[in-house]
Design a protein around this ligand. Structure first.
Ligand code: AMP
Ligand code: MG
Length: 335
């Protein structure tokens, strides 16, 4: 029973700013270590503002902080949420729809049965799963002004698969408002960059190798983009030789068995990248690549399979550097 790879290491940043007006702040929020690196005028002030924003969003989105609207919603079935939480709920429900339910933000009562939120891991009985699972009906959620009603006893909201992506988008906005043009935010391995590095070159972000802590599958040269990874290796436990990880298949209430080790999404919108990294992990390789090819959203994918296959979609083929053999997937493969 362990969590071998801290989320902090999920993506490792390979380079930083090299000008004098650089400030980097690290802190713990949303159950992970975060680092915000800013280059520009008065970077410390911008980092402090960003940190304060994260702390507020953490309180708004947490399912476990008693002060949070989400906590009250899950407890009482109805609550007024912070405007950010209302916006995030609407984005989460949209991702639920476009992924045909592979992303499901209302699975907390099932996730709790497996003990993932409090790390008190156990394998629930099929009856327990069935009785919690039957209450998971995101279609029933209603929102009026900022008051959210779940309209289904036993259903609970969990923003764990989307909150950090949304937060990174909001942090980039905050930094822009401070006049910053070059920054990197690393929210426990979920990375977003603003602009390029101060010397004008691209940021280099590494995608961790799930098989070997501290080594990389690839590095990517990016600017104004997010790079977000989901993988079963991030949080799991073992029982009787079987591995149970934290990403559930919403159709079964069990950990997704999709033959993938990790899914990395690269795109301009961190919220989508976060939701889609989780959803495409659940879908498995073929469904995920078809979704990428057909759904019309602007993002790219790096898939790493259980048997060591590395697949990258065509949009990243000229920004990726990898020692692994990889296959470039084209949209035309799916016509
Ligand atoms: P991520 O690391 O972004 O893939 O998010 C994983 C976390 O999201 C888990 O620890 C759960 O809290 C929650 N979760 C698990 N499975 C799903 C799912 N299929 N859809 C949405 N959230 C999920
Ligand atoms: Mg996610």
């Amino acid at each position: 029973m362990k969590r071998i790879i801290p989320l902090l290491l999920l993506v490792i940043i390979l380079c930083g700013c090299s000008v004098t007006s650089t400030y980097s702040g690290s802190f713990f929020a949303m159950d992970t270590y975060m680092t915000i690196t800013v280059c520009g005028n008065n970077p410390e002030k911008a980092v402090k503002k960003a940190e304060a924003r994260v702390k507020k969003l953490d309180e708004a989105f947490s399912a476990h902080n008693k002060k949070s609207g989400v906590y009250k919603l899950n407890k009482n079935g109805s609550a007024e949420l912070e405007p950010d939480a209302v916006e995030l709920l609407s984005l989460a429900l949209n991702n639920y729809r476009i992924t045909d339910g592979a992303f499901n933000p209302a699975m907390l009562s099932v996730t709790e049965l497996w003990g993932f939120p409090d790390k008190n891991y156990k394998v629930p009985s099929e009856n327990e799963i069935k009785s919690a699972h039957k209450n998971v009906k995101p279609e029933k959620i209603t929102v009026k002004n900022n008051t959210v009603k779940l309209n289904n006893k036993g259903m609970k909201i969990d923003f764990g698969a989307i909150a950090k992506g949304y937060t990174s988008d909001k942090l980039i906005d905050t930094l822009k408002k401070e006049g910053i043009k070059s920054a990197l935010v690393n929210l426990g391995g979920n990375v977003a960059v603003l602009g390029g590095k101060p010397d004008g070159s691209d940021w280099a972000v590494a995608v961790e190798n799930p098989d070997k802590k501290g080594s990389y599958l690839a590095t990517l040269k990016i600017r104004d983009k997010s790079v977000i990874t989901s993988g079963g290796y991030e949080r799991y436990f073992k029982k009787n030789g079987k591995v149970y990880h934290h990403i559930l298949n919403p159709k079964t209430g069990h950990p997704a068995e999709s033959s993938l080790k990790s899914v990395t999404i690269v795109g301009k919108n961190g919220t989508y990248c976060d939701a889609l990294s989780t959803a495409l992990f659940v879908m498995g390789k073929e469904k995920a690549l078809r979704f990428w090819a057909e759904n019309g959203l602007d993002f790219d994918v790096i898939l790493y399979t259980e048997n060591g296959g590395l697949f990258v979609t065509e949009g990243v083929s000229d920004i990726i550097n990898s020692d692994f053999d990889y296959k470039v997937v084209k949209r035309s493969d799916y016509e």
